[in-house]
Ligand binder design. Structure first.
Ligand code: ADQ
Length: 448
């Protein structure tokens, strides 16, 4: 059997990279012999068209540089100011420009040409995420006959939303060059099939296939996951190392952990917490919210706006409710090491995962895996996270409804231990059964 070639926008950096996708793909790459290819994270005025090896690590990695122009137009532009908002239902944030699309196509074409010098006909190719939608099309143009699969980490938009894109039907054409299109959730599969038919002109076939010349493409859900057992062990060990005072016996801790992205619903979460404090004076001084949100995609205007809005809201809640012994919201704008996060999840009584739209949301899974099974915390989860399809034993909420969210906060804080244990056991059993190895094996088996 040939090698496995994985492609994503960025290759994982450092000698021993960690993180969910690295665990999932790293195992498959190490077992089957393979290469992970993506951009280096460095800019070059005139990038040469060769892939270079990255030293060290358990599996082979190769990378290439972007030019400053490509960074602005392919990455900040088409990927983050067109596809990301569109795929998360924010057509109001679309910034459609010709130079974005042409740079996006050019980067994918350039990558396809570099790949053609490397791949053998029996290599399987696994392309990740919205940065690289046209890659199979470009490879086919250059004569590649390999089996090529695509996995989208974000939601897939409705057929109606896709029509906001002047080249919506071209997106469907791109997808039709993959043998397999993997999505996070069943709702995304329905959207993708509808869009392929209504916008791309494809024919729906039985068994999850669509036909759009020149091939039949299978469209299916492969919900991404974590290594739940490893994360549970990590959380237990790290919890003991937390500085004293993080958990006070007379105080409950709610935690939110998200990149500072407008899709994650942090302002709505803050407003709901304000509503909760307004309603429940008896909880003042007995609960606080720790929100950890490192900035991301700085320089894209919508991200500057979300930072201003969240800073304003947290300041407003603290200004309204804090006293000399209690600060209701701690808002941390820095990344926190994965192991510290694991310990903090375990120290928390309530996990707030309330995105307005999310492909899956791995924080939801990490929070559950990190809990002490004898005295677990409660997950409050948005109905718009892909994770909600698998995690019905969380408290499912509509993040747009501050009153419902405030009620869910009260329910979570007051939930008897027996019910917390029952919900946690069901969630954890599913996380252990459907872990990240199950996810990558499932996709690769389907790719064939
Ligand atoms: P993201 O939008 O980045 O991922 P998520 O699934 O929550 O969202 O993954 C984030 C990861 O980064 C988690 O492992 C989390 O622990 C870590 N992280 C988050 N905040 C952090 C912080 N403050 N400090 C340090 N680490 C932090 C995209 C899609 C998701 C999809 C994933 C995987 O948007 O829907 O679940 O890919 O497919």
């Amino acid at each position: 059997m040939g090698r496995l070639i994985c492609l994503s926008n960025r290759i994982p950096l450092g000698p021993n990279p960690s993180g969910g996708l690295v665990v999932a793909l790293g195992d498959a790459l190490t077992e089957q012999g393979g290469i992970w290819i993506g951009t280096s994270g460095e800019l070059a005025e005139k990038p040469d068209n060769t892939l270079r090896e990255v030293e060290g690590g358990a599996f082979r990695r190769m990378c290439f540089d972007l030019s400053p122009d490509e960074q602005a137009n392919y990455y900040d532009g088409y990927a983050n100011s067109v596809l990301w908002p569109l795929f998360h239902g924010r057509t109001d944030l679309l910034d459609i420009r010709g130079e974005y699309l042409s740079s996006y196509k050019e980067v994918n074409r350039r990558l396809a040409k570099m790949l053609m010098t490397l791949i053998e006909p029996d290599d399987r190719i696994w392309v990740h995420d919205f940065h690289l939608l046209p890659l199979a099309y470009d490879l086919r143009q250059l004569g590649a006959t390999n089996r090529i699969g695509f996995f989208l980490h974000t939601p897939f938009p409705t057929a109606l939303a896709l029509q906001a894109l002047p080249n919506g039907s071209e997106v469907c054409q791109w997808l039709a060059h993959y043998e397999l299109v993997g999505l996070q959730a069943e709702r995304d599969v329905r959207n993708c099939v509808d869009a392929m038919v209504q916008v791309g002109g494809a024919t729906e076939l039985a068994g999850g296939f669509v036909h759009l010349a020149p091939r039949q493409t299978r469209i299916a859900a492969f919900p991404i996951a974590i290594d739940a057992t490893e994360f549970a062990d990590l959380a237990e060990a790290e919890f003991r190392k937390l500085p004293p005072g993080i958990v006070k016996s007379d105080r409950r801790l709610m935690i939110g952990v998200d990149r500072l992205d407008y899709t994650k619903g942090v302002p709505q979460r803050f407003r709901a917490f304000g509503e909760f404090l307004q309603r429940h004076e008896d909880w003042h001084r007995h609960v606080s919210l720790l929100q950890i949100s490192p900035p991301t995609r700085e320089g894209v205007a919508a991200y500057d706006d979300i930072r201003d809005e969240t800073e304003h809201l947290s300041g407003h809640i603290n200004g309204t409710f804090a006293d000399i012994t209690w600060v209701p919201v701690r808002f941390i704008n820095r990344p926190v090491p994965r192991e510290t996060l694991a310990g903090l999840y375990r120290a928390s009584h309530v996990g707030l995962v309330t995105p307005l739209m999310d492909g899956m949301n791995l924080v939801a899974k990490e929070f559950v895996a990190a809990q002490n099974p004898d005295d677990p915390g409660v997950l409050i989860l948005s109905q718009f996270a892909g994770a909600a399809e698998q995690m019905g034993d969380a408290l499912i909420v509509n993040p747009h409804d501050p009153e419902q969210m405030a009620t869910a906060m009260m329910t979570a804080l007051a939930m008897p231990r027996s019910e917390r244990k029952r919900r946690h056991a069901t969630l954890m059993a599913a996380l252990t059964r459907q872990d990240v190895h199950w996810w990558s094996r499932g996709f690769l088996t389907a790719l064939g």
